[in-house]
Design a protein around this ligand. Structure first.
Ligand code: PMP
Length: 349
């Protein structure tokens, strides 16, 4: 259990007392033959109608896959929406702060800046491991949230359940564990710990292993109490009908998704072995994700060299603890061959 968790004490007072917008579709969602309640057009069905504001069908299907009660699933316009909602629900602008591992996914800090919330970075250890004590030591009475990304972007490593649980049990605020890349990891998901930790929010997404970044669908899984606050604050129809229809069809394709994951994992091993043999590569960090962080002899030079061949990787040369590194996404065998050959053809000065 987390120590002395009191949800109401963490929530911004204006959100606690907020009377949310009540949409036509949330006031009546049963069956009827004449719908004249929402000022929709009677033409161009089914897209003339507003979508289900709570995406019940999609959540029911996801519930079976994730092993999480549908009432503990929130869907957002990408997990980026969920990240922003965490700030809007819990963090008082100009007063509260959050603590996050560093380096990590850039949107945690951008959303903190947008919401005028102080962002406290705690550096990962030299081997990119999580220092639970250092994270806890960086909190104070105004710390509402701790951000952990596992597997972490851009370092690629996953953290042990033990270290994450030390943070969850040692902190009385919210702990967000962003599992965008969990399908590529051998570490267990924290979803099974939702019952144990009332302060846990797990983020997952359709954008990575599920191959659907273009449809913008992210998941936040947490207690019903936390998610009822998200539902109060979100835009009424935050997930459009096309995305909900797509999600239902896509969930039927999970065996194919499994094959994609297996191909990416075997290509990850092949990519690492091939890069490791190149003199342009100094070190490859262990990866639990669909990308590898690679220390090279000249990050800016190799980045530009690849770009000139139409191959785009992510230059992380200016990111804390990633100096000299490129982040390379695992692609198809052909794409991976292109990046291997591209790096191989760079002349070392
Ligand atoms: N979390 C992490 C760790 C990410 O790397 C990303 C995207 N790169 C996201 C969340 C955002 O995902 P989504 O497409 O679901 O908004």
């Amino acid at each position: 259990m987390s120590k002395s968790f009191n949800l109401s004490a963490l929530v911004r007072s204006n959100i606690l007392s907020l009377a949310p917008y009540s949409s036509a579709r949330s006031e009546f969602s049963g069956s009827a033959s004449v719908w004249l309640d929402a000022n929709e057009s009677p033409y161009n069905g089914p897209y003339n109608r507003y979508p289900d504001p709570l995406q019940k069908q999609v959540k029911e299907r996801l519930s079976a896959i994730k092993g999480v009660d549908a009432r503990r699933i929130f869907l957002g316009n990408g997990s980026d929406e969920c990240i922003d909602l965490v700030y809007r629900v819990f963090c008082e602008p100009h007063t509260d702060n959050v603590v996050a591992i560093s380096p990590s996914y850039g949107m945690y800090e951008v959303c903190a800046d947008i919401n005028a919330v102080a962002y406290r970075k705690v550096s990962l250890a030299a081997d990119f491991d999580l220092d639970a004590d250092a994270l806890l030591a960086a909190t104070d009475a105004h710390t509402k949230v701790i951000w952990i990304c596992s597997p972490n972007n851009p370092t690629g490593n996953a953290f042990s359940a033990e270290a994450i649980e030390k943070v969850l049990s040692g902190f009385s605020g919210i702990v967000v564990v962003d599992e965008a890349y969990a399908d590529f990891s051998s570490q267990p998901s924290m979803l099974t710990r939702l019952d144990v930790y009332p302060n846990l929010i797990v983020l997952q997404t359709f954008s990575k292993a599920w191959g659907s970044a273009g449809v913008r669908l992210g998941m936040a899984m947490a207690s019903e109490e936390i998610l009822s606050l998200f539902n109060k604050v979100k835009y009424p129809y935050n997930v459009n009908m096309l995305t909900q229809e797509y999600a239902l069809r896509h969930i039927d394709r999970m065996p194919e998704v499994e094959q994609w994951i297996n191909s990416i994992l075997s290509e990850r091993s092949r990519l690492i072995a091939a890069l490791d043999a190149l003199p342009q590569v100094v070190h490859i960090f262990a990866s639990d994700a669909n990308f590898v962080l690679v220390l090279v002899v000249d990050a800016d030079g190799i980045y530009t060299h690849l770009q000139q061949q139409g191959i785009i990787v992510r230059n992380r040369n200016k990111v804390e603890k990633c100096l000299g590194c490129l982040r390379i996404t695992v692609g198809t065998p052909e794409e991976n061959n292109a990046v291997i050959n591209g790096i191989k053809s760079y002349d070392i000065k």
